[in-house]
Design a protein around this ligand. Structure first.
Ligand code: PLP
Length: 458
């Protein structure tokens, strides 16, 4: 199962050697391992045995179970942290600590960086050890090599295929995060005036940057209602250079789920809902986003841009901030973030093999139906976003006023059942279950079960 580090000899000073009095330190190391185990060995029943022999100790794998269970037990405590049981068994000069990690599956509801398909993480980790069997790690190989160029070409082709990007658009992969796009967009597109829809903190940050480059019209805002809805009644000035929207408001759990009609080029931050549904790219001038939700590990940013929009502003654009630089050089004007790009490449393959964006949308609807259904049914909880604007990706809910004091209890309750990252953003409070593409129905069901059981107890 997990042999090497856990079977390592107790004589191996590097790994686990410690003095008896440093027991606390040892426990800290142990808990680090606990995390590692859960990362690598999710959903398995794991048994570990820690044996303290005076000043050193070792881990033994489950197969050695019998060796320990035959020992005479003198004292016996049960120590339960996230289903981790520790039994202290004292003998004259030895202490045995018997630890069983029970089947503790973790469900990652983090808003980002967030859950990715297991296949993607495995393939990326594999490539980091040995890329395609060439004897070099992805981390050390030249981005000018033929092998890497093939990955870039395939990633570009897959991106266009999966999103059905029409001719006349380019895809570039950059560093800097979506936040860098908040300034790159106006740098490249804003000559005189731009229109922005203010639907949350990220939209507001984008708007703030644009003001450095020209006049900005905030066409509508839901700030007064703590961004619980998407404004609908607004007019986009026909003389604006572009109209900027944030399709999914990660913090507040609201989403624009259809491709809007806009009188001017539509620019969308799709950081947290890209690839969750089919998108009619032809309706957009530009789509961008950080990759760390539905696409890849953090470190790469995608930009889909209609080529004809570029080169129209009169200002001089620094080379690195000019989209044309990156289009001309195939996203390799400078050294690209190879590992994040490789994980994006793997995710694109996974989406395609899973049935594409149509299937991603079907799964998202199923997950959302399940969770929103429970939020609406459950006596204790209430959703925070306007019903018609509810996001399929970030599902926000709080305890009803009369049960507010149970917030920490529910958090602990859900955490003990394996939920990770469900704490709501501080500006909304309560809980946020981010249900990106890789989240399974089983994961959402586990959360729903926790909500039901918690309700029964209160
Ligand atoms: N836009 C949206 C909708 C986001 O959710 C985030 C981050 O969560 C950002 C922008 C900022 O992304 P980055 O951290 O890649 O700059």
């Amino acid at each position: 199962m997990f042999s090497r580090p856990f079977r390592q000899s107790h004589r191996d000073e590097n790994l686990f050697s410690t003095r008896r009095e440093n027991f606390l330190n040892a426990k800290r190391k142990l808990s680090q391992h606990e995390e590692k185990i859960f990362c690598e060995e999710k959903c398995r029943i794991i048994a570990l045995f820690l044996v303290l022999h005076g000043s050193s100790f070792c881990f033994l794998s489950p197969e050695e179970k019998n060796i320990l269970t035959t020992k005479k037990k003198k004292t016996h405590y049960k120590y339960n942290v996230c289903k981790l049981f520790v039994k202290f068994v004292g003998e004259k000069h030895k202490t045995y600590i018997f630890i069983i990690f029970t089947d503790m599956k973790k469900y990652n509801f983090s808003a980002g960086p967030s859950i990715l398909p297991q296949e993607v993480m495995k393939a990326t980790a594999e490539a980091c050890k040995d890329f395609n069997g060439i004897g070099l790690s992805l981390m050390e190989m030249s981005h000018r090599s033929k092998d890497w160029q093939a990955v870039m070409d395939e990633t570009d082709a897959l991106f266009k295929e999966v999103l059905q990007i029409p001719a006349g658009y380019s895809v570039v992969l950059l560093g800097g995060g979506a936040s860098m796009q908040f300034c790159m967009v106006p740098y490249n597109l804003l000559e005189k005036k731009a229109a922005y829809l203010n639907t949350g903190v990220w939209a507001k940050k984008a708007l703030k940057e644009a003001k450095l480059f020209g006049e900005v019209v905030e066409v509508a805002s839901s700030a007064d209602a703590n961004y619980t809805f998407i404004p609908k009644d607004y007019v986009v000035p026909a003389d604006a250079d572009y109209f900027h929207i944030t399709t999914n408001n990660t913090i507040y759990g609201t989403e624009i789920r259809k491709d809007l009609d806009s009188p001017v080029p539509l620019v969308a931050d799709m950081s947290s809902d890209i690839f969750s549904r089919p998108v009619d790219v032809s309706k957009y001038g530009m789509i961008y986003g950080g990759a760390q939700k539905n696409l890849a590990m953090a470190g790469v940013t995608f930009v889909i841009v209609k080529d004809e929009l570029l080169g129209k502003v009169s200002r001089t654009i620094p080379t690195m901030l000019d989209y044309r630089t990156h289009i001309d050089k195939g996203s390799m004007f400078n050294t690209p973030p190879v590992v994040p790009i490789y994980s994006a490449y793997q995710t694109l393959k996974w989406i395609k093999a899973s049935g594409g964006t149509e299937e991603m949308e079907r799964r998202a609807l199923r997950r959302a139906d399940l969770l929103y259904g429970e939020i609406d049914r459950n006596r204790l909880f209430v959703g925070t976003a306007n019903e018609e604007d509810r996001s399929l990706m970030n599902i926000c809910f709080v305890l009803k006023d009369e049960y507010k004091e149970l917030e920490k209890d529910f958090f602990d309750f859900a955490t003990a059942r394996g939920m990770v990252g469900i704490k709501g953003h501080r500006s909304v409070g309560g809980f946020r279950a981010s249900c990106y593409n890789a989240m399974t129905v089983e994961g959402v069901q586990a959360l729903v079960d926790a909500m039901r059981d918690f309700e029964k107890e209160h």
